[in-house]
Structure formats: C-alpha cells, structure tokens
Design a protein around this ligand. Sequence first.
Ligand SMILES: [Zn+2]
Length: 431
Amino acid sequence: MTLRFHNTLTGTKDAFEPIKAGHVGMYTCGPTVWNYAHVGNLRAFLFYDLVRRHLQVSGYAVTHVMNLTDIDDRILDQAMHAEVTISEYVKPYVAAFFEDMAALRTQPAAHYPRATEHIPEMVNMITELIEHQYAYVADGDVYFRIASFPSYGALSHLDRSGLKAGVRVVADKYDKESVSDFALWKKAQPVDEGLGAAWDAPFGLGRPGWHIECSAMSKRYLGETLDIHAGGIDLMFPHHENEIAQSEAANHKQLARVWLHSEHLADATGQKMSKSAGGFTTLRDLRDAGHDPVAVRFFLMAGAHYRTRLRLSAEALHAAAEQLRRLREFAERVRRSAPGNDDDVRLLQRIGEVRAAYREALDDDLNLPQGVGLVFAVVGVIGYATGTTALGISATALALIAAFLNGAFGLCLGCELYLLIRRIVPARQAL
Ligand SMILES: [Zn+2]
C-alpha cells in the first residue's frame, strides 16, 4: 500500500507524491507567541511531528519549516501595557515554546522563521500584488482584493456568493472595497514605532498582517510550491484560504499540493480549547499537576485519529500514562530476558504480520490509534512468549521486534523507548 493523506483541497485520500522524488518540503503554521501555547495548539504541533516522522520512516528526507508569529494585535496590546518593545515582550513565550517542544520530544524543524525578521520578503510580495491589481491601498492600509481571485474559497469549499465581493463597505475602522477583503499591511499607529512594531514600506509605515507572513516565509525557505502545508482546522478559513490567494496571485503557481488539517482538542466539557475563550490549559499546567510530558504526547497523538476531535480530561491522561507504563515495562522486560536459541517460527510470523498491518494503518492517512492497538497486540504476543517459556527471545525475533518498535515508538513516544530497544539489539548482535 502506498502512503495516502486526506487532502483538504481535494476532499479525498490521495496517494502522496512529492515534486522532487525522495524529498518533501513541508510548511506548518506555528504559534503566535503572545502567551504560552495551550494543549490544543500542541496537538497540532504534535500532528506535524507525526506527519514528518512517518514521512521519514517511509524513506523521505523532509525539510520542515514552522513559523513563529511574533507580531500581531494581541502582542502589541500586551507590550503596550507592559511598557516593553514587542521583541522584549515575546522573548519568554518564544523560550517557553521551544521548552514545550523539547519536553514533548518533537523533532526540531529545519527553520523557525520569525515574522519580524522577514519584513522585506513580505513588502516585496505586497508590492507585487498591488502592481498587478490584486491589492490596493486604503488610507495607509493595504488590502487583498478577493474579487480579483476567482478561485478564492476552494480549500474550504466555500460558497463565494456569501462573501458579497464587490460590495463596498465602509466601517468605522476600515475603508475596504469589500467586507471580505483582508489586510496585507496595517498602517502604523502613533505608539507602534516606540514598541518596535513599525516598518518602512513603499505604501507607508506599518506592519504586516498575519496571513502574508506565511506566504512570504514559505516561499523564502521552500519555494513557490510546497509538497505539504499543514495546520489546525481553525486555520483552514480564513488563514489558509488567504495564504493561497496571496501566494498564487503573486507567484502564478499552486501554493501547496497537499493540505493537511488536524481537528480541535476539546476541554473536559466538550468545548474547543482556545485562548480567546479564556479557559485553556498549558503544558506547564499539566506538568504542575504531575503529568509526564511523554504521556501527554502519547495522549495528544494517539488518543484519537488526527481528523477526529479529542477530549482532554484527567482520566484520559491517566489512561495514556498507564499505556506508557506498560510499554516501558515491556521494553524493560525485553531488555532483561535471556537470549533464546530457537527461532519460534509462529512468533516470527505473527510479528511480521503485525508489522505489516501497522505500516498499512499509518500509510492510510496516519491512523496512529489503530497502529498503537497493533503495538499492544505485539506486546501481548511477546509478553506471553517471555512470560511463559524459559526460552527467551531469539535474536531473529528481537531484530524484528526492534525494527517494528523503532518505527512505532518513534512516532508516538518520540524515541524514548526506541533508544532503549536499540541499545538491547546491538548487545545481542542481532542487527
Ligand atoms: Zn500560516
């Protein structure tokens, strides 16, 4: 079976094929560093890690880029209240983001571009969009003209008639041609310069809108067409739709061949977790409550398929911790078991079957929950073999188990058990 992803753009599970054989360019929307990331954000970031690791397990070299949004309205507000510049304000939250990523065992991206360090790229793209009538200046702000981009809405399968394109709307704060036109550049307010949040541009002093940063930075690091663009489902509209409009209008190339979106994390009451709604949980909160970050990782990645809503609760986290404990205990048991001499043909065959089924589950749009079920099936089989016979596990069986668990544990547990298994096998000269 070939690797297939559910592509939001086509609405179907499609066989994955990158532009350049063997290499994948993947752009993922990162955090807005105005506060700590909440576990709902972390679910999306761990989803990126799953995509990336499975691509690597499948033999692809992956260049992963994840942006940091270090300028937006909330950051400006907070910096103004704290009487610091925006770069001073975001510093602890940037550090906290990297701490969280390390605690959750995600593989570092190749690049973490920051919006404020790529203003020239954004200014260039906006200039081009204005030149070709895709954008217009209105009282120092620059807006993208949605009416100029007929395929707007294709990603989210949006009914464009509801957008009222062409209707001129003058709200108190805006001077846009149409309500749905979105900002590429926002005119500087008097306080912005003091906060380090105003840049010169041919269309006036100001700062970039949120959407343009992803268009400019993905192009800078990965070129005009990405193999994969991923994000949380709440970014699909309008953020990703706007990215497509900007990039494709400027580059005349498809922005991304495959769009992947992960579902929300819900809180214990079933509500979507969000910072704006107030009640959100951070990894710090969970650690303070005694939860192991690796168990949190396991829960967020394997608790439900990535396109299914997952509900955070203390019970669910404890259940994940218990599964993790069983896996650790299993790895330890394998490590201590006496080497066997005879190859148990049936055991080898069973491991081989489970391994193939695991691979198939992951190749089928990353069905990790099903894959984890198979991991426990193999744990049961080996546990039975080591627990009920004095033979121990043969070198061949160990090599098979190790090869299987390397991939499986690597994906859901981020190499902790993977390393343990790897230490066992060379010691028994099996690989
Ligand atoms: Zn983005």
